[in-house]
Design a protein around this ligand. Structure first.
Ligand SMILES: Cc1cc2nc3c(=O)[nH]c(=O)nc-3n(C[C@H](O)[C@H](O)[C@H](O)COP(=O)(O)OP(=O)(O)OC[C@H]3O[C@@H](n4cnc5c(N)ncnc54)[C@H](O)[C@@H]3O)c2cc1C
Length: 304
């Protein structure tokens, strides 16, 4: 099996997501080639063949133009799969490439089982296993779902150029309004999940965070319910954090949440369900009702 991996460049920098694409290739037991619209000053650590398009000419974010380049590589390499991160660039690029290839697209892959892809459904409450009937497939990978792999060496670079201008004019990136707290700098984070039950219980989580000298965060359902403001959301559509201590309270451990906190040094989870997936990444899993446990813990911490 052969994969065409699409590396990503933003604001003149190579994004590390390509290492997860390599993790996916390893999991599939597949050989790969890679495409990057970037420049030779920041190349991926990769032992294989890299098709490099100059971002100064074709833009670093121009999915329409990049599709043309990718289609040239597809014609030459005949990959079984084109693989890109489930990022805004990936969302924009993958359907264009899939349509041009007349290939099936599988979005937001979180796992591979028996060489078939597993994707979340029903807001990640369920998962389904997908087998494609088209010979070639375009796939986007959920951030954090596959382990990172760096193949170490320097790639064999083949420069490629594109004819024409494409139909998209890229005008620039716009920083999301962060406002409020910057959780990415916090050393201790206590996060509230849906398990807190009602908005009044956010105070309990905030109190523990304060007693520990940290900040409080939240999972997406808590933010969607407007119990906590969005700048405190942790996960793929919130902030990415890497504190020394992360306390997950009433959080099940969905892949989109884990992607935002998996770089935490030490993880404590409080959950009534001993089999909650958060237990797989937690250093300590406290099986308890958080409404009883968190106030007791806060009392102990305050007494130190
Ligand atoms: C495109 C997309 C992007 C997403 N982005 C994000 C994101 O950025 N961040 C994010 O968090 N999610 C995100 N999600 C949602 C994600 O898939 C999950 O739905 C979400 O993380 C679940 O939140 P939760 O763990 O708080 O709730 P649940 O999954 O409902 O889990 C609640 C947990 O609380 C436990 N519990 C219940 N009562 C108690 C109690 N009294 N004491 C202790 N434990 C208790 C339960 O056992 C359960 O494990 C995204 C989803 C999609 C589709």
């Amino acid at each position: 099996m052969k994969l065409l991996l699409i590396a990503e460049y933003r604001d003149g920098k190579l994004l590390s997501g390509y290492t997860e694409l390599l993790g996916f290739a390893e999991k599939m037991g597949a050989e790969s080639v890679m495409f990057l619209a970037g420049n030779d000053g920041a190349l991926p650590k990769y032992d294989g063949k890299l098709y490099l398009a100059d971002a100064a000419v074709c833009g670093e974010y121009n999915p329409d133009l990049h599709k043309k380049l990718i289609m040239e590589i597809v014609a030459k390499e005949q990959p079984d799969m084109v693989v890109v991160s489930h990022s805004s660039y990936g969302w924009d690029l993958a359907p264009r490439v899939a349509y041009a290839m007349k290939a099936a697209q599988v979005s937001e892959v979180v796992e591979v089982k028996d060489n078939m892809m597993v994707v979340p459904v029903c807001n990640s409450k369920l998962r389904r296993t997908v087998k494609c009937n088209t010979g070639q497939t375009v796939v986007t990978l959920q951030a954090g779902a596959f382990s990172t792999v760096e193949s170490g060496g320097s790639p064999a670079v083949e420069n490629i150029v594109v004819d024409g201008e494409g139909r998209i004019v890229f005008t620039g990136y716009e920083e999301a309004e962060s406002g409020g707290v910057d959780l990415s700098k916090a050393e201790i984070i206590v996060s509230a999940g849906r398990g807190i039950g009602k908005p009044e219980n956010v105070a309990m989580i905030a109190d523990l965070a304060k007693a520990l000298g940290g900040e409080y965060g939240a999972s997406r359902p808590v933010v969607d319910s407007e119990w906590v403001e969005h700048n405190r959301q942790v996960g793929t559509t919130g902030q990415t954090v890497a504190p020394k201590l992360y306390v997950a309270c009433g959080i099940s451990g969905a892949i989109q949440h884990l992607a935002g906190m998996k770089k935490s040094e030490f993880v404590v989870a409080v959950n009534t369900d001993k089999d909650a997936p958060i237990g797989e990444v937690a250093d300590v899993l406290v099986v308890a009702d958080l409404k009883l446990f968190i106030p007791l813990l806060k009392e102990k911490v305050a007494a130190l």
